[in-house]
Ligand binder design. Structure first.
Ligand code: NAP
Length: 232
């Protein structure tokens, strides 16, 4: 299968790339910082020398870079699975956060997925098959302290995901929304939180991989995951 993963240079995206590479799939990867993506691809190629891995850096908060990545992607392959994972967490309170914070969070956490999905969908629709994962968050489900604009952007990504699922259910294309609680990645480095208190990136990757193993007539619509001890 051809697996397109955004935000693949580190954290959850990297762990997803690893599990699909371990199972021999062709990877098409992107993330924002060129050097970080290069390092990630070198590490994956070393670990899985037989796997075909292609990559192109792009700032997916900018629609023209999404379009450039999508066009490059379609030249390289017919996407089987798209994992909209790129995103970042800016803590904030709605009253106090910086002007423009909501726009920034929407650009990266929502519009990246919206524009990329729309660009790659025609290829999936022609083949009447595909699987799209949107990495939402438990911040898509409920308000929480310091969620601010981030939480709004993740609620919006859930709205995107639900509407996509409705539109594609009779087109042979699956849609899965993933709702992780706290996962120890860069976002948590330096926070003082014990890595053993929260989840590992590979936990999320394993559930996503499992959701791709079902019959054509079954879909996992939602994957909600939390640390065993609950939210922080
Ligand atoms: P991470 O380790 O910081 O990795 C984020 C990835 O997204 C990096 O590859 C980064 O690229 C890429 N990215 C960020 N902004 C981008 C942009 N404008 N254009 C293209 N790529 C961009 O984060 P993570 O914790 O793995 O988070 C991955 C996803 O899971 C995010 O959507 C996040 O909201 C969600 N999530 C995380 C947690 C958690 O506790 N960690 C919980 C719930 C949901 P570069 O580094 O190369 O710039």
């Amino acid at each position: 299968m051809n697996i397109v993963i955004t935000g693949a240079s580190k954290g959850i995206g990297y762990a997803i790339a690893e599990i699909f590479a371990a199972n021999g799939h062709h990877l098409v990867l992107t993330s924002k910082t060129p050097a970080a993506l290069e390092t990630a691809v070198a590490a994956l190629s070393k670990e899985f020398p037989a796997v075909q891995i292609e990559s192109m850096p792009a700032d997916l908060s900018l629609q023209k870079e999404v379009t450039a990545f999508a066009n490059w992607c379609l030249e390289k392959t017919e996407p089987t699975i798209l994992i909209n994972n790129a995103g970042y967490f800016l803590p904030g309170k709605l009253q106090d956060e910086a002007a423009g914070q909501l726009q920034d969070q929407l650009n990266t956490n929502l519009f990246s997925a919206y524009h990329l999905t729309r660009a790659l969908l025609p290829s999936m629709l022609t083949r009447k098959s595909g699987h799209i994962f949107n990495i939402c968050s438990i911040a898509s489900l409920d308000a929480y302290e310091h969620g601010g604009a981030y939480s709004i952007s993740k609620f919006a990504l859930l709205g995107f995901s639900k509407n996509l699922r409705l539109e594609l259910k009779d087109k042979g294309i699956k849609v899965t929304a993933v709702f992780p609680g706290a996962v120890f990645t860069n976002s948590w480095a330096g926070s003082g939180v014990d890595p053993k208190r929260i989840m590992e990136s590979s936990d999320i990757a394993k559930m996503i991989y499992a959701a791709t193993q079902l019959s054509a007539q079954a879909v996992v619509e939602d994957i909600v995951m939390r640390p065993q001890l609950g939210d922080l």
